[in-house]
Design a protein around this ligand. Structure first.
Ligand code: SF4
Length: 213
């Protein structure tokens, strides 16, 4: 739980980030509390639509996965199976979903959305596919610039590798060893810089808490 001063900082910072995202044709809003994420999604996601998600601790922490399982939508639930064939079908179906929900690895104050992915099942539909992409972002993921974003990503990646029970060198050392493991989670670096060609496709929901890793 952050102190009132952090809440104050997050609110002020969110105003700058939202303004900068708007110049990139990316919608954004700020919630001071993660308990409001689900009610916000009810407003954004049309009933009867198809919804896919990227792998995300934030979506789990904020109750979004549980919400989608009960909501009046066709949820392509990547967490419902560990069967590789079924998972592959879910990942491919995500491209034709109406909505894609995920979080980000870092978001610069200037509004650049910075992602790191292993096989691309999260970043690929984020770039191409669903008409609407909704990103839920704890304010702990806001960074000053691209250098800070890359530094953050490399600091966090070993913890994600451990969380996912992978067999990468960083799980032993706690720091990135720039490996060439077959389980490497750092294969694709993607920056979403702008959405003017598809205005308002993205909605960023900033949350005044520390979420995810
Ligand atoms: S490159 Fe390899 S060692 Fe470095 S964080 Fe990624 S998975 Fe871990």
């Amino acid at each position: 739980m952050r102190s009132k001063l952090w809440k104050w900082k997050y609110e002020r910072l969110s105003e700058i980030v939202i303004e900068n995202l708007s110049h990139r044709a990316i919608d954004a809003e700020y919630l001071d509390d993660s308990s409001r994420v689900v009610e916000t999604l009810k407003r954004i996601i049309d009933k009867g639509s198809t919804v896919a998600v990227g792998g995300s601790l934030t979506l789990q922490q904020t109750g979004v996965i549980d919400f989608l399982r009960k909501y009046d939508c066709s949820f392509l639930d990547r967490y419902s199976t560990s069967d590789k064939q079924k998972l592959s079908e879910i990942f491919k179906s995500a491209f034709t979903a109406d909505y894609f929900l995920a979080s980000v690895n870092a978001l610069t104050v200037k509004g650049e959305i910075v992602q790191l992915d292993g096989f691309g099942t999260r970043v690929a539909p984020m770039i191409f596919g669903p008409e609407k992409v909704v990103l839920i972002v704890g304010m702990n993921k806001i960074v000053a610039d691209m250098d800070s974003a890359l530094k953050r990503i490399k600091t966090i990646a070993p913890m994600n590798a451990r969380r996912l029970k992978l067999h990468t060198p960083c799980v032993s050392t706690g720091v990135c060893m720039d490996c060439n493991s077959t389980e490497r989670i750092c294969e694709s670096y993607v920056v979403i810089a702008d959405s003017n060609a598809r205005r308002n496709r993205y909605t960023v929901i900033l949350v005044g808490e520390d979420l995810g890793l």
